[in-house]
Design a protein around this ligand. Structure first.
Ligand code: ZN
Length: 608
């Protein structure tokens, strides 16, 4: 849909990252009488343990685990000072047992044991006084924040100009005092196609534009005239080339109107504009912001460089919502395409997101990998920003750290599964294909606040898959990270493996600013039972904005898979109620549990 394409061109986020499946830390406790830490996760985990001096700490890293709920650090007292827990990075939870100053333990006497794949204990021997006190400073950060904000590099320069009308690389942008509804925009083209007139009810232009005709001289448009015939009705007139395609307008969430040629800017890039009208009073401010052309890792992976073709300035801070280190670069635009770094398995950066936040601002979010700390943001020259990326392993003398061996968990059946007891455990081998829609070059629908379909449905799908596996169901995912798979590829996976069940997971969107459309729906092509079971479970377990029902539809993946298949639309990314919920990991998790339960219900009902 064009509406999505438009939002994408302004708000698209490029993500460079590694795939990861997340389990959660459900519970931990330090038992002082036993000198023992116990913790539980909701999926299999293989911890890593090490002893670090100054002060002595036993550090347990749980790869693939996130904090399930907020936890409180525990002050112990005596020879064991405290136990802390934190999100070391997006894919690792860290538990730290810190000894009182001047005490240590023999690392060979620390016993890390897996009682089950999801429940572990760490037993400590009695701490002993350190013979020779060591005064070196603490080389490791506390486990919580990985990054620290850097001060602003420079005061932003003031650049006075009329910003109310811009020719941008996305089209024409008009700032508005008040904007109407997308569906009410009326477009008229005159017979000879010399002008295109937009009538905008409910819209007020800024005073600086009213009764002005401004030069465009690009995209086959010579000029644009701004009128406000009524207080709540604006009119824009574009003077266009004879062979110009039609133009259309959309209200942007950035507080303005975007005008675009039908078929995209490639249709008009080489069109020669007609002679401008004699009324032209002023030239607009062109978007002459410097272009950021590359974000790259250099200097043996120790530096992230942001390069532009003109002077840029940036400011780094931690985004409280995402926990990511965020670099905001005002008065800049992204090259299209921008060159991003290759992030391999051993890359110091786990995830990098680059986006044009509005016509003026570029935002780059950085998530360091395990054991990596970000330094300050620096400016080696006017056109370049650099961020120091430091591996903590390199800064701590290796001899100071002692790895504590961790054996694989035992499969002691007397310890219960940490998930609540559940009815639908299948008898034999059941193979379920979970199909997160879209991926890679196809981000799916884009909703309010730039929320992308792929970013909602992948975590849900991963969790559904994990929950089913915990119930003994065999699961294949058509994709388990953000990459592209064709529709044929998706059904081929299911058909070739003779799966018993195919479930595709999507999120919905509508255009025209209809934020009042909310709710979930489930589709099937042939057999309705699977779709019904999933739908029922969602209604039972999740508070949904609206039940849009179980519907028949001839979607490719439903028609072409040779087993019972269902497609769940978990909600509307464009809906005012659904949007914030779909962005919320807790809601995603609820939805995942409901979908998994629906699949288990179906398995049980069909005695698969
Ligand atoms: Zn979709």
């Amino acid at each position: 849909m064009r509406f999505h394409w438009l939002l994408l061109s302004i708000l698209s986020t490029l993500i460079f990252s590694l795939p990861a499946e997340a389990a959660r830390l459900l519970f931990w406790r330090f038992e002082t009488t036993e000198n023992r830490l116990i913790f539980t996760t909701d999926a299999r985990v293989q911890p890593r343990a090490q002893l670090i001096p100054n002060p002595t700490r036993i550090v347990l890293d749980l790869p693939g685990v996130t904090l399930g709920r907020s936890t409180v650090d525990q002050n112990i007292g005596g020879k064991i000072k405290s136990v802390r827990v934190g999100q070391f990075n997006s894919q690792t939870t860290r538990l730290v047992i810190e000894l009182a100053p001047g005490y240590t333990v023999d690392p060979t006497q620390v016993k890390v044991r897996g009682i089950s794949p999801t429940q572990w204990t760490v037993e400590l021997p009695t701490p002993q006084p350190i013979a020779r006190p060591n005064s070196r400073p603490n080389p490791l950060p506390s486990p919580s924040p990985q990054t620290r904000p850097s001060p602003p590099l420079n005061q932003p320069s003031s650049r006075p100009e009329n910003d109310d009308f811009r020719v941008t690389r996305n089209g024409l942008f008009i700032r508005l005092d008040k904007q109407g509804e997308n569906r009410d925009i009326l477009v008229q083209e005159d017979q000879e196609r010399e002008t295109i007139i937009f009538t905008l009810p409910g819209t007020s232009l800024p005073q600086s534009l009213i009764n002005k005709t401004l030069l465009v001289n690009q995209y086959g448009v010579s000029d644009i005239k701004f009128e406000q015939p009524q207080p709540s009705q604006a009119r824009l007139t574009l003077r266009v080339a004879k062979d110009s395609p039609g133009w259309q307008g959309y209200y942007s969430r950035l507080g303005g109107l975007v005008l675009l040629p039908k078929g995209g800017l490639s249709q008009v890039r080489d069109l020669k504009p007609p002679e401008p009208s004699p009324e032209v009073t002023q030239t607009p401010s062109q978007n002459e912001n410097p272009t950021i052309s590359a974000v790259e890792l250099t200097n043996n992976n120790s530096q992230l460089l942001i390069r532009a073709n003109g002077p840029i300035q940036g400011r780094g801070s931690i985004n409280r919502r995402t926990g990511m280190f965020e670099i905001r670069i005002p008065k800049a635009q992204l090259a299209d395409p921008i060159q991003g770094p290759q992030l391999g398995r051993n890359s110091p950066i786990y995830q990098l997101r680059v986006r044009q936040e509005n016509t003026d601002t570029v935002v780059i979010q950085v998530q360091p990998s395990l054991g990596v700390r970000l330094g300050g943001l620096r400016q080696p020259n006017l056109q370049t920003l650099s961020l120091e990326v430091r591996s903590l392993r390199a800064t701590t003398p290796p001899n100071d750290r002692t790895q504590i061996p961790v054996p694989p968990p035992s499969n002691n059946p007397s310890f219960p599964d940490p998930l609540p007891p559940n009815t639908g455990s299948p008898r034999g081998r059941v193979l379920v294909v979970i199909d997160p829609g879209h991926g890679g070059k196809d981000p799916g629908a884009i909703g309010l606040r730039g929320l992308r379909e792929v970013d909602v449905i992948l975590p849900i799908s991963l969790e559904v898959s994990q929950l089913l596996k915990q119930r003994g169901v065999e699961v294949i995912m058509t994709r388990n990270a953000d990459y592209f798979v064709s529709l044929q590829g998706r059904t081929a996976i299911a058909n070739r493996r003779r799966a018993n069940i195919f479930v595709s997971i999507h999120a919905n969107a509508v255009g025209g600013g209809r934020t009042n459309v909310n709710g979930m729906e489930t589709f099937y092509a042939g057999n309705r039972e699977l779709a019904s079971a999933i739908h029922r479970s969602i209604l039972r377990n999740v508070t949904v904005a609206n039940d849009r029902g179980v519907k028949q539809a001839r979607f490719y993946v439903l028609r072409r898979s040779r087993m019972p298949a269902a497609l769940v639309e978990v909600g509307f990314l464009t809906g005012s109620i659904d949007n914030p919920r779909l962005a919320d990991p807790a809601y995603q998790s609820q939805m995942a549990r409901a979908i998994a339960q629906g699949i288990l219900d179906y398995i049980q009902q069909k005695r698969l």
